[in-house]
Design a binder for this molecule. Structure first.
Ligand SMILES: Cc1cc2nc3c(=O)[nH]c(=O)nc-3n(C[C@H](O)[C@H](O)[C@H](O)COP(=O)(O)OP(=O)(O)OC[C@H]3O[C@@H](n4cnc5c(N)ncnc54)[C@H](O)[C@@H]3O)c2cc1C
Length: 483
């Protein structure tokens, strides 16, 4: 791993000239803050950090990186669980987007918000809530992750708090403005007519729908500057409930019944393995009458599948989830963990998830238990179509071998998810390479040619989506590059 780059380097000088010395840092203490990710994979080795304050800063950094062939990594909140988007052995420019936070417009006419992509999800949520709206945003790390990071780094553009009801966040994105490393700034919901439009209200409406190309791309195709997102009307009536089941199959049968109800009666629903299988849910509605209806539907389904009311602790947890209590989210924040998280469709979930659990249980017996690693199992419907799951592997970083073991099992788990046709949650770092390893030749070639087109100098988030042998080839010449 490399250390801080020399301040006198030509790339650093060019960055200082372009964006100003106060936005550029090679101070080792600053660089250290950008090293760790949230998972067990390798840390980032920043060469220089640029804190962009405007779209012009972003395009200037991309232009300089391209001219010098210097690797550049886009950074939001740094909450990646899959490792950094850098080719191993490189010491990139880290382009921090967190100062790009302006809400450009909340438009009541089109029910959209247009916002810069460095905004923290909690701030976006609060701003639209003040106007009576909801934006479909992450369940857990609201106070830490950015819009750009979630749209780029998570399968389907993010798993919102209401994933159980609606699926992924990306479907609500109507248009994105992206800075491509080749110097173009592209508005995706675009075409002949886009120049005459104020904000986007219908996706894929001017020509081929380009917005989705940039959802879940890991940031490999460009830097997201601005996004326009469809808003939902906030629902004021809220109920939280919690139940327990002896067997997972009973909880799954309850979900199977509920997901077929016309008006889905929950906005979130989680099943977690504890001493028993617990099921918590939130119901939201516009009126008390509708809320009572939803609650009745859930309770009857639970009873039919032999669930029973949960204890006070479970109910408190359900209420904290429903209230978006930051304290509930914070319990997940400062834990070192591997995580195998993703989605299987309803046809394959039962068998594929059982296989994944068998793999992890085997590794618990062989290595994890001795290192104090006890897996935690979560799942939730992903809209009506599929099931999201996470098996997290919390480890103590001071226990020798614990991080390496968590990394190994995480890798194995994601390889299995890809092999069984599932979707991995992180579109980041090393996990993206495991996914890309399973791509068809046609898909690989199409993505490669897109990247070559938008990034002819091959500088942006180099380590993403390259199957392992391509990473080795790229890393060798580039490892000598220092910014
Ligand atoms: C404890 C924990 C709980 C989580 N819970 C959830 C959850 O409930 N729902 C959910 O959806 N996710 C969840 N995640 C995953 C998290 O949302 C993703 O890792 C997300 O990518 C992090 O966003 P970030 O701003 O921290 O991005 P970063 O980690 O900084 O970046 C993630 C990726 O996006 C790229 N990127 C960042 N900004 C931009 C930009 N402006 N343009 C282009 N590319 C960019 C980066 O290069 C990188 O490849 C959780 C993660 C943790 C650690």
């Amino acid at each position: 791993m490399t250390t801080a780059a020399p301040t006198e380097s030509t790339v650093t000088d060019a960055l200082v000239t372009a964006v100003g010395a106060d936005a550029v840092s090679t101070d080792p203490r600053v660089l250290d803050g950008y090293r760790p990710g949230k998972g067990p994979f390798d840390d980032l080795a920043p060469g220089v950090v640029v804190r962009a304050r405007s779209a012009d800063d972003v395009t200037a950094v991309l232009r300089i990186a391209s001219e010098h062939g210097a690797p550049v990594v886009v950074r939001g909140g740094g909450f990646s669980l899959g490792g950094p988007p850098a080719a191993p052995g490189t010491s990139p420019i880290v382009l921090d987007t967190r100062a790009l936070t302006r809400i450009l417009e909340i438009d009541d006419a089109t029910m959209t918000v247009t916002v810069e992509c460095g905004i923290l999800m909690a701030d976006l949520h609060a701003a639209v809530a003040e106007r009576g709206y909801e934006v479909h945003t992450v369940a857990v790390p609201r106070a830490h992750t950015t819009l750009g990071g979630v749209l780029s780094g998570v399968c389907g553009g993010g798993f919102p708090g209401d994933t159980a009801e609606v699926g992924g966040s990306g479907q609500f994105v109507l248009g994105i403005q992206v800075a491509l490393p080749n110097g173009t700034v592209l508005d995706t919901n675009a075409g002949g007519s886009n120049v005459h439009r104020h904000v986007s209200a219908i996706p894929a409406s001017d020509g081929p729908g380009l917005t989705q190309l940039f959802i879940g791309d890991g940031g490999a195709l460009g830097v997201k500057l601005i996004a326009t997102i469809a808003l939902a009307l906030a629902r004021p009536m809220v109920h939280a409930g919690g139940f327990e089941f002896d067997e997972l199959d009973q909880a799954l049968a309850t979900i199977e019944e509920l997901r077929r109800v016309h008006e889905v009666p929950y906005s979130n629903l989680y099943v977690v393995r504890g001493p028993h299988w617990s099921l918590t849910y939130t119901a939201r509605a516009s009126t008390n009458q509708l809320l009572a209806h939803h609650v009745g539907v859930v309770q009857r389904a639970v009873e039919r599948h032999e669930g029973r009311p949960g204890n006070a602790k479970l109910l408190a947890s359900a209420r904290a989830i429903a209230a978006l209590d930051p304290a509930w989210a914070d319990q997940f924040m400062d834990v070192d963990r591997g995580a195998i998280a993703g989605v299987f469709d309803n046809r394959t979930f039962a068998t594929s998830f059982a296989e994944l659990r068998e793999l992890v249980d085997r590794r618990v017996t062989e290595i994890l238990a001795d290192l104090g690693i006890e897996p935690v199992v979560f799942m939730s419907p992903y809209g009506r179509h599929a099931m999201w799951f996470a098996i997290t592997l919390p480890y103590n970083p001071t226990v020798a071998g614990a991080r390496a073991a968590a990394r190994r099992v995480t890798r194995e788990g994601y390889a299995l998810v890809a092999a069984r046709g599932g979707w991995s949650e992180p579109h980041q770092g090393e996990v993206s390479r495991l996914l890309a390893d399973a791509w068809s030749p046609a898909y690989r070639s199409f993505v490669r040619s897109l990247r070559d087109h938008v990034d002819p100098s091959s500088v942006l988030n180099q380590g993403l989506w390259d199957a392992p042998e391509q990473v080795t080839q790229q890393a060798t010449p580039r490892s000598s590059e220092r910014v």
